[in-house]
Ligand binder design. Structure first.
Ligand SMILES: *Cc1c(COP(=O)(O)O)cnc(C)c1O
Length: 397
């Protein structure tokens, strides 16, 4: 159980807790991943798509105005909002799409809650000429009508799931069922660094573009590494992608920020699996999970749809246990404040998910060395949230 990540474990977390029929497909995916990750030609193809299609590298932006308003360390944003399609999720969707091509798969499937991962996968499918089918709970489809439209515009088929609560959990069940029957020719594109081995390792492999770039940019632009790196954690892909480049730099403090919602005391009020969950198995991996008294997957809440997930990637569970990364939470209101303040002070509208990382950085800055450099991952842009807020959801101050 306490093996190395190459066997799918991060300390006592991770693994591959799946039905028998999925074991072989996941083994084949693991072998293909190892082969691709060891092949410079694969990385060169990926690098060129990121450069010419996604628009990378994304910049680092120092927050001059926000910084001037209070004393303390400098905050520098890694601008994942500048990616094509507006967030880091495209890194993963394109990477898994390229791997699917390499494995001669002819079809992509995905599940989506808020629709962001569905849109990223639909985009990758359009570019790579692979048909895409996205499973989505019908309740989520009503709430996220714009993303449903967008996925269809991009040529994907959105499959409504009417089972259960008609949300992400139910869509995931359907996607698993599809994959079990079609894995020979279909690739299942998982949307975060979660799930059974090899997905957490596979997704990190693509997301670490964020950290590798930012590390080199800090050295070039500031002549040193940042003292702290802060990222929001939903499933944990943008955070693990950022942290991966700094894990060996023991002097760099790493901070993951979960959705504190309206308070951590009650299940259903937040989505902070690491801060308030317990150890269990979710989507094929042993990790921290939000459960109710009966051990069922608990309800979650966050103002940001992308953080609203009852589990977390198993590597984060390990990094919390080992103490290498510290995890905290900020509330809906704190995130909304950061969202508004960043827009006004800097002309940057972050995704509400990213606003959690920004809010947390401002909360801890007074306690940090004033000379410190704090790298904050701005995982995406807020255009998707503006429409919702404009239509009445929580009021702007
Ligand atoms: C999906 C999403 C997240 C959360 O996903 P992670 O896998 O935890 O990175 C964060 N920010 C944005 C903008 C997202 O779209």
């Amino acid at each position: 159980m306490n093996g190395h990540s190459s066997r799918g474990y991060f300390g006592e977390f991770g693994g591959r807790f799946v039905p028998e029929v999925l074991v072989e497909p996941l083994r084949a995916l693991e072998t293909a991943m190892d082969d691709a990750f060891g092949d410079p030609a694969f990385w060169e193809e990926y690098r060129l798509v990121l450069r010419d299609y996604v628009g990378r590298p994304t910049p680092l932006t120092a927050l001059r105005n926000l910084d001037a308003e209070s004393s303390g360390p400098r905050l520098v944003l890694k601008r994942e909002d500048c990616n094509h399609t507006g967030a880091h999720k495209i890194l993963n969707a394109l990477g898994q799409g390229l791997l699917a091509k390499r494995m001669n798969k002819v079809r992509l499937i995905a599940e989506t809650g808020a629709g962001q991962h569905g849109v990223a996968t639909a985009t990758a499918g359009a570019l790579l000429r692979l048909p895409v089918e996205v499973y989505m709970g019908s309740a989520d489809m009503e709430r996220q009508a714009l993303n449903v439209y967008l996925m269809r515009l991009l040529g994907a088929t959105v499959k409504a799931v009417d089972a259960g609560a008609r949300t992400l959990k139910d869509a995931t069940n359907e996607a698993f069922r599809d994959y079990a029957a079609t894995a020979e020719h279909t690739a299942y594109v998982v949307g975060s660094a979660v799930g059974a081995h090899p997905y957490p390792t596979l997704v990190r492999g693509f997301a670490r573009t964020i950290g590798d770039e930012a590390r080199a940019q800090c050295l070039e632009q500031f002549g040193r590494l940042p003292e702290h790196v802060v990222a929001c954690v939903g499933g944990g892909s943008n955070a693990i992608g950022a942290f991966a480049a700094f894990l060996e730099d023991q002097q760099v403090g790493l901070w993951g920020v979960e959705a504190g919602g309206v308070g951590l005391d009650r299940i259903g009020d937040h989505a902070a699996s690491l801060s308030a969950g317990s150890i269990g198995v979710l989507h094929g991996a042993r990790t921290f999970v939000l459960m109710d008294e009966e051990g069922q997957i608990g309800a979650t809440h966050s103002v940001s749809a992308g953080l609203d997930y009852p589990g977390v990637g198993p590597e984060h569970a390990h990094l919390k246990s080992s103490g290498r990364v510290r995890y905290g939470a900020v509330s809906d209101d704190e995130a909304l404040d950061a969202f508004c303040d960043l827009a006004r002070a800097e002309g940057i509208v972050p995704a509400l998910e990213s606003a959690h990382a920004i809010a947390f950085s401002r909360k801890i800055r007074q306690k940090l060395d004033p000379e410190a450099l704090v790298l904050v991952i701005c995982s995406g842009r807020g255009d998707k949230d503006v429409a919702r807020l404009a239509l009445g959801a929580p009021a702007l101050r």
